[in-house]
Design a binder for this molecule. Structure first.
Ligand code: ZN
Ligand code: ZN
Length: 264
């Protein structure tokens, strides 16, 4: 299995997007205050669905989609100025549907949207929406950071509810789960499968890929779901979860070939 299944150009595109996401985050921080009080939260449920006011206001999201489109336009010939004009003109209801569809990973909605709007590359709207959502989730993640370890949910991110797929294995053996959507990081308290909670450690096994000494798959015999473990190294601390997720995408392919994971 080739390690570099993602082209350098794609990694560069992602890095360009991540830089733009930093700008969008600044804008969100200036315009939005997420009132979050740990005392009023149900700590057995992720934070995002408990919020009384949407953390993703329509006008700011539309602006985010437009900014990310400008980055993507340089790399993807299917995105044109015409497309960006279209994005700018999306009605509030459609933008709201984009937000909802992204949060709930509603691929059918985006496929229909692409078909109805004759988008050349049908994967583009969902890609843009996901990349535009992330800065909002990252701001939320920062707000949750002080109490993220107190929230107890299984199989999903305690902040944004994203399915778990990435963790950092520290040199001292501690494992930190790391969310590529909101960049939250929290300690795994028990040795168990993060998806189904099976705490018989003999039911967990590890799959390594030749020539890859920095990451591996942790697979559960019981639920057959997996987690990508990245061994902590000098550079790991500097990298965003989104980048580590991308750099370990070869493990997702291995998992798919072996039939691990759940189809979402
Ligand atoms: Zn998250
Ligand atoms: Zn399991």
């Amino acid at each position: 299995m080739e390690r570099n299944v993602v082209s350098e150009e794609y990694i560069n595109l992602q890095k360009g997007i991540m830089d733009e996401q930093v700008n969008i985050k600044d804008m969100i921080n200036k315009k939005l205050v997420y009132e979050l009080d740990k005392g009023s939260l149900n700590l057995e449920s992720p934070v995002l669905p408990q919020m009384k006011i949407s953390p993703v206001p329509v006008p700011l999201f539309r602006h985010a989609v437009e900014s990310i489109s400008h980055v993507v336009i340089k790399h993807n010939p299917d995105i044109t100025e015409e497309f960006i004009t279209k994005v700018r003109g999306l009605g509030d209801e459609t933008v709201l549907n984009w937000i909802k569809g992204t949060i709930t990973f509603d691929m059918v909605y985006f496929q229909n949207f692409s078909r109805e709007n004759k988008i050349m590359d049908p994967s583009v709207p969902h890609f843009l929406a996901e990349q535009s959502l992330r800065p909002f989730m990252q701001v939320l993640g920062e707000r949750c950071a002080s109490f993220i370890n107190d929230i107890d949910v299984m199989g999903i991110c305690p902040c944004c509810g994203e399915t778990l797929r990435l963790a950092i294995l520290q040199n001292d053996g501690e494992k930190y789960l790391f969310c590529p959507r909101c960049e939250s990081m929290w300690l795994q308290k028990k040795m168990e499968c993060v998806h189904c909670g099976d705490d018989d450690y003999e039911n967990l096994f590890y799959v390594t890929v030749e020539e890859d000494t920095t990451s591996k798959l942790e697979v559960c015999k019981t639920c057959r779901n997996y987690l990508k473990l990245v061994v902590e190294a000098e550079m790991t601390g500097e990298k965003q979860a989104a980048l580590l997720d991308l750099e370990t995408i070869h493990l997702d392919f291995v998992a798919e070939q072996e039939g691990y994971g759940e189809n979402r």
